[in-house]
Each structure stands twice: as structure tokens, then as C-alpha cells.
Design a protein around this ligand. Structure first.
Ligand code: F6P
Length: 509
């Protein structure tokens, strides 16, 4: 891609823009703040504070065409095997169609029946056990939509194999009134299975081993393994190999969320996702929110060479959203070879990080304003709060607008270098009407397709994650070596071997 005319044109254009401050861009073109925006279904993207012009957008659109983005979207939407290294579709879009495939409809109906029963039954708590894509989506969305959730159900999420997490998540819960949902596409993830076994023993202690099974449901693409674990077929929900973990919120992986919101609330989330799916498929690039966000991602990463970007929701309810986007983007975009196996000749996925404003302002914004690295920011905010504390909300949003303004324009030079804020630091602002199941669905799909847009330009496969396998295999081997009776493994490197020796010699003293 880097040797195409479209890429070269963008490189030359970046050099020409390099000397220009965002202040100059706004001075020369005072209406850019009204023009460099895109909107769909109440969701606004203002990208006027990015380091670009109309010409940049046109050149990026040409790059998207060169990368055949439209054709790739059609392949994604129609369930073609876009996940080439695993030879299967990544068909999450089918999960949220108003007319989903029959097997999806059937599973949604089963989920609705199960969720309705769980909401009516006197469970004290529902605990989702899963990790990565089997945790972050429902955990993030359940926290985000707490104001729409069942008032008497305590929703909890257990992911880390650290026993402290099990203790913290089950603290205060009555095992006799707790429902566990074990979510694992493979049903072989060691953290999830360890937590599930501990949970089963915890419940069995209170209600007996026979009864304990009725406290468990599972979501998996390996139903046989869930049944072996002792979960009744009627409580095992399907995932398909064509749903990637980090793209799975709209599948049965969202069962805990459906229990919290009720089936209608979950349907709203799916409708929001579907709206963005259709928008991504049909809108011209210059009006297409996910495509714009993805192309700006490429612009920032490859042409300005900025290695990280921050996602900063000005919404406490979205506290887990940066972590969710971090997995979505970094597990998808952390690739060094193209889909055909040849090495990429340009940087791919940036490091994604963030936390909610205004807290971050009192932690890392100093570096954003005056550090030597430029960090592009996505600010996310809403016009209407989900509470009645209007004054708080005005102040929250005033801070969002102020931060974007300070980053872009800085402060006039007072002569004191320590107090100088240079500005010229880019951001995009995503402004929604209100945080609801529908708008959260929009946001999730917006970022999914942003990541897809970037991957398409880079020519990488965003749907596999081979890089995480080695660590899993090594951990399984090392876990065996930690057994009391195990012999030391002489083939380990000297660092790992001494660390294991020290650990084993010290742990139970
Ligand atoms: O971290 C690797 C990973 O495979 C993720 O992609 C996935 O979401 C997570 O582990 C959990 O996998 P599973 O749902 O199979 O337990």
C-alpha cells in the first residue's frame, strides 16, 4: 500500500501540512468546525480538530478506494471468509440484522426466554465468568447501562484467574441465590475454567453438588465441553466460529447484559449496531463515521507517526469503554504481516489507552498538553445525562470541550517556557444525544468498523490473534512445573528457571 500513488500523495500532503498549526487551519477556514463533521442517527463526529483539511479527507477517501474498502465491507457483510488465516467469516454483522439467519434468531429467542425467567426468579446476583472478549463487552455494557438495568439484580463479572478476583466478586453474595454464566467460545480458556470450577465448588458447598448445576449456564462454540462440565443443554447457548470474541457482544456472549436490560433493551442495542452497520455499508466516505474514524487513525499512525491514541469518555458509566476498545483495536491491529503473510512495511496498530474524564485530567493530561509525544484523543460525551444532576453534567461537558480546545489551540506564549502550552494536538469529538442501549450499540459498531477500515488499508487480518497463543502454551507448561512434586525443567532459560525456583521455594513458607 505504501508504494501506491494514493499513499505517496498523502505523504507529500502531510509534509505540506506539517508546518501549519491548528490555529492557522481555523483562521484560514473559520467554518471548518461546522463542516468537518459527520452525523448519523443523533451521533455526531467532529473531526475538525484533527490535523487535516478537506484535501486530506479526499486523499484518504482515495486511499480507501485503492484498498477496495467498499468491496471488503460487502465481503464482511455477506459472510465471506474475511478471516483468511482461519478460513472463516467474521460475521458479527449478521447478529444484529433485523432479519438474522435462522440459527441466530433461534438463539436470541432462547436467550430472551432464559433472561426473562432469570429476571423473574429471585436470583440475588448474576456472575459472568469469562475473559477477554467473553468478559469485556458485557462488563463494559452492563456498567454503561446501569440506569436501564433490573434494579434488584446484582450483576458481577469474574475474569482474572487471580483468586483475589474470585473473592472480591463473590464477596457478600449468597451462593444459594447466585447464577453463574460461563462464557468461553473455546470452553478451554484456563482462567475461565479455573474460575468456573471454583464457583461450582462454592455453590455446591451451599446447595449440594446435584443442585449446583442448576446455578450455571454457558455460552460457547463447544457445547459438548459445557455439558461435560455439568451444565444442562437447555442452559447452553451457542456461539459460532464465525463470531470473534472481541466482536461478540451482540451474540449470546451478551446474555448477562440481556438479563440486566431485559430482551427489549438488548434489542435496542442490536438496533443501534445495525444502524451503524448499514451506515458503514452505504454512506460516502466523507460522511461515513466509522470510515472517517479509521482513515483518521491511519492518517495519525502512518503519516504523522503518532504511536498511541487515547479514548477518553466524559461519562463515568463508560469507565470500561477504553479497556473494551483497547482489546478490540490492539488484538485486531497488532499485526506485522499482511493477510497474505508478507511483512507490512509501515506501522500498524497503535497503543490504545484511556480512562474517563475528568479523572484523567488530574493524571495524564499534563503529558497530553506538554509532553514530547503527540497523543491523538477521541473524546466521547453526551448531551443529556442519565441522572438529574444537571449542574454536574454541564461541568463535565464544559471540561470535555475545554480539553479539546486547549489541546488544539494551546495558550499564547507568555515567555515562560514552563507555562507554555503549544497546542496543535489533535482530537476527535464524538457527541451523542444520550447514553442508551441504542447509542451504546452505535458506539460499539462505530469502533468495530473503524478497526476494520484501518485493517483494510493496512492489508492485515483483524480477526485472528495468533500472538496470544505462545504465552498460553508456556503458562500451561510452567503451571505443571509449579506442582509440589515436579522436577525443575533444565530446558528453561536461566532467568525463568531461577524465578520459578525462587517462587516455589518461597510461596508456602
Ligand atoms: O486473549 C485471547 C482470547 O482468545 C481472546 O481473543 C478471547 O476473547 C479470549 O481469549 C477468551 O477466549 P474464550 O472465549 O475462548 O474463553
Amino acid at each position: 500500500m505504501h508504494d501506491t500513488g494514493e499513499w505517496q500523495a498523502l505523504s507529500a500532503h502531510q509534509e505540506a501540512l506539517d508546518g501549519q498549526h491548528l490555529r492557522d487551519l481555523f483562521d484560514q477556514d473559520p467554518s471548518r468546525g461546522e463542516r468537518l463533521v459527520a452525523e448519523t442517527d443523533g451521533l455526531l463526529l467532529d473531526y475538525s480538530k484533527s490535523r487535516l483539511t478537506d484535501e486530506t479527507v479526499a486523499l484518504l477517501a482515495a486511499l480507501a478506494d485503492r484498498a477496495h474498502l467498499r468491496r471488503r465491507i460487502e465481503a464482511l457483510v455477506s459472510g465471506k471468509p474475511v478471516n483468511a488465516t482461519e478460513n472463516r467469516p467474521a460475521w458479527h454483522i449478521a447478529l444484529r440484522r433485523p432479519d438474522p439467519p435462522p440459527e441466530v434468531r433461534e438463539e436470541l429467542d432462547r436467550m430472551a426466554a432464559f433472561a426473562t425467567e432469570a429476571r423473574n426468579r429471585r436470583w440475588q446476583a448474576v456472575v459472568n465468568i469469562g475473559i477477554g472478549g467473553s468478559d469485556l463487552g458485557p462488563a463494559m455494557a452492563t456498567a454503561a447501562l446501569e440506569s436501564f438495568a433490573h434494579p434488584d439484580l446484582d450483576m458481577r463479572f469474574l475474569s482474572n484467574v487471580d483468586g483475589a478476583h474470585f473473592r472480591a466478586v463473590t464477596r457478600g453474595l449468597d451462593p444459594a441465590r447466585t447464577l453463574f454464566i460461563v462464557v468461553s467460545k473455546t470452553f478451554s480458556t484456563i482462567e475461565t475454567l479455573t474460575n468456573a470450577r471454583t464457583a461450582r465448588a462454592w455453590v455446591a458447598q451451599a446447595v449440594g453438588i446435584q443442585e449446583a448445576g442448576t446455578h450455571f449456564a454457558a455460552v460457547t462454540a463447544s457445547p459438548g465441553k459445557a455439558q461435560e462440565f455439568g451444565i444442562d443443554t437447555g442452559a447452553v447457548f451457542a456461539m459460532w466460529d464465525w463470531v470473534g470474541g472481541r466482536y461478540s457482544l451482540g451474540s449470546a456472549v451478551g446474555l448477562s447484559l440481556m438479563i440486566a436490560l431485559g430482551p427489549d433493551g438488548f434489542a435496542e442495542l442490536l438496533a443501534g449496531m445495525h444502524h451503524i452497520d448499514e451506515h458503514f455499508r452505504t454512506a460516502p466516505w466523507a460522511e461515513n463515521l466509522p470510515a472517517l474514524l479509521g482513515l483518521i487513525g491511519v492518517w495519525n499512525r502512518n503519516f504523522w507517526d503518532w504511536p498511541t491514541y487515547a479514548v477518553l469518555p466524559y461519562s463515568q458509566a463508560l469507565a470500561l469503554f477504553p479497556a473494551y476498545i483497547q482489546q478490540l483495536d490492539m488484538e485486531s491491529s497488532g499485526k506485522s504481516v499482511r493477510a497474505d503473510g508478507t511483512p507490512v512495511r509501515y506501522p500498524t496498530g497503535p497503543v490504545v489507552w484511556g480512562q474517563p474524564g475528568t479523572n484523567g485530567q488530574h493524571a495524564f493530561h499534563q503529558l497530553l498538553h506538554q509532553g514530547t509525544d503527540i497523543v491523538p484523543v477521541d473524546f466521547i460525551g453526551f448531551c443529556r445525562p442519565n441522572h438529574e444532576l444537571a449542574e454536574h453534567h454541564d461541568l463535565l461537558m464544559a471540561n470535555l470541550f475545554a480539553q479539546a480546545e486547549a489541546l488544539a489551540f494551546g495558550a499564547p506564549d507568555s515567555g515562560d517556557p514552563h507555562r507554555h502550552l503549544p497546542g496543535n494536538r489533535p482530537s476527535s469529538i464524538i457527541l451523542g444525544y444520550q447514553l442508551t442501549p441504542r447509542s451504546l450499540g452505535q458506539l460499539v459498531a462505530l469502533y468495530e468498523h473503524k478497526v476494520f477500515t484501518q485493517a483494510t488499508v493496512w492489508g492485515i487480518n483483524p480477526f485472528d490473534q495468533w500472538g496470544v497463543e505462545l504465552g498460553k502454551a508456556l503458562a500451561t507448561g510452567i503451571a505443571g512445573e509449579l506442582a509440589d512434586t515436579a522436577e525443575p525443567n533444565p530446558t528453561r532459560d536461566s532467568s525463568t528457571r531461577s524465578l520459578i525456583d525462587r517462587y516455589v521455594g518461597t510461596r508456602r513458607q
